[in-house]
Design a protein around this ligand. Structure first.
Ligand SMILES: [Zn+2]
Length: 185
């Protein structure tokens, strides 16, 4: 199994290759990539490589991607306890999603604690009444999709380096279902 360092090097090399290709194709005007799209893709890719690696399923112990969270690394311990190494966390579609949902739940929980404990007079008005005008098209094509694309690509490179095929989850659950059936026969 490749170490965290090897995974990072692979992702960095692919990113360098993609950047060179993107630069070439935008210069020949075969492709139009806005700075917002490039930045969003890079942020998703970087976060997926360094902070949200599938190996967070080992966070009940010590692992690179947990260490990178610094003092917040403990937040991933329950995730490591919930997910077995290279199980659901290492599937192609649901795996990366589990970490996004987990992160959203933690953020909501922290926000709830702040909201309950800190006197409202101390919080900025805009925190309590967030009212951001949303331009959906901007968010979709310029930010959200490139962000997601960068994130998922970084995760898939990790899975490829681990030697895990896209049907990993299906085969896994198929094996489990067959084992259960055998027990009842
Ligand atoms: Zn892995």
């Amino acid at each position: 199994m490749p170490s965290g360092r090897v995974h990072n090097l692979i992702n960095l090399a692919v990113y360098a290759g993609l950047s060179a290709a993107a630069l070439y194709f935008t210069q020949t005007q075969a492709l139009v990539i806005t700075p917002a799209q490039a930045l969003s893709f890079t942020l998703g890719y970087g976060a997926g490589t360094l902070l949200l690696s599938p190996d967070l399923d080992l966070s009940e112990g010590q692992v690179d991607s947990k260490r990178r969270w610094g003092p917040l690394g403990f937040l991933w311990v329950p995730y490591g306890m919930m997910f077995s190494h290279r199980g659901l966390s290492h599937t192609w579609i649901l795996g990366p999603l589990t970490r996004l949902v987990y992160l959203a739940l933690i953020a909501a929980l922290l926000w709830g604690v702040v909201y309950a404990l800190v006197p409202h007079t101390l919080l900025p008005y805009s925190w309590l009444h967030p009212r951001v005008p949303v331009n959906h098209q901007f968010l979709g094509f310029k930010v959200a999709y490139p962000l997601l694309a960068g994130y998922y690509l970084s995760q898939w490179l990790h899975l490829i380096a681990d030697g895990i095929r896209p049907d990993h989850g299906l085969r896994h659950s198929g094996r489990k279902a067959r084992a259960t059936l055998r027990r009842f026969r």
